[in-house]
Design a protein around this ligand. Structure first.
Ligand SMILES: [Fe+2]
Ligand SMILES: [Fe+2]
Length: 232
């Protein structure tokens, strides 16, 4: 649950961060601003459902900045730590160097660093766990599955199988029952989408196996026969 409402100054700062993040994510191949917006919306939803106390400013800023280190695919396994450094620099520029504001800045930067398992430092505070869950939820959705194809090589079936394994892990890693109930709905939608793709792929495979090369050769021979007749 949220402990308080946002102040006017915090709302202005959130708008500045939103504009910074929107601009930076224009350069991203896989994690565009729509992902950031989805994760922020999931984070707000989870926060309003859990019984633990949540600071709205820390949560929203952390969610908005969580992938700021992933605006391209370089060093993607380090994007939590890189993003945390970028977030700190940006928040300092907004005036978060004051002693009384530093704890807020540090809480936001910790969310950025710990939102991903690739950092190998698990989330601890309520806000950190919520943004972690919100990020997992966006991967569970259909768009999350499609995003998994970007930059990958190999067969569609192979990538899909790999993606299914990651999805199962993502679901298990969720911290809150509230996140799990949102995830269940997304999971069901995505599973029916994946089963549709699998059916199409199976049909395509079956049709290739049933193709008769003999018929194709016969057709070619007829054509050759036709040509011979022309040259006679
Ligand atoms: Fe991330
Ligand atoms: Fe993310």
């Amino acid at each position: 649950m949220f402990t308080r409402k946002l102040t006017e100054d915090e709302t202005k700062k959130i708008r500045l961060i939103e504009s910074f993040v929107r601009n930076k994510h224009k350069e991203s191949d896989s994690h565009d601003f729509s992902h950031i917006l989805e994760v922020t919306q999931y984070a707000i939803k989870i926060a309003s459902l859990v019984s633990e106390k949540v600071d709205p400013f820390i949560l929203i800023c952390g969610a908005l900045l969580h992938d700021i280190g992933k605006t391209n695919l370089t060093f993607k396994n380090m994007h939590g730590l890189i993003g945390s450094a970028i977030a700190e620099e940006f928040l300092d520029a907004l005036g978060y160097t004051d002693e009384d504001l530093k704890p807020t800045r540090d809480s936001i930067c910790r969310i950025v660093a710990r939102h991903t398992p690739t950092t190998m430092v698990p989330p601890e505070t309520t806000e950190e766990k919520i943004v972690f869950d919100a990020d997992c939820l966006d991967r569970l959705g259909i768009i999350g599955v499609l995003r998994g194809f970007i930059g990958k090589s190999g067969s569609i079936t192979g990538i899909l199988e790999q993606k299914m394994k990651t999805r199962a892990n993502d679901y298990e890693k969720l911290h809150y029952n509230e996140s799990r109930s949102i995830g269940k709905e997304l999971n069901d939608q995505t599973l029916s989408f994946i089963s549709l793709i699998r059916t199409k792929l199976e049909k395509r495979k079956a049709s290739i196996e049933e193709l008769d090369l003999g018929e194709a050769i016969d057709e070619t021979l007829k054509l050759e026969a036709g040509l011979d007749e022309i040259f006679e």
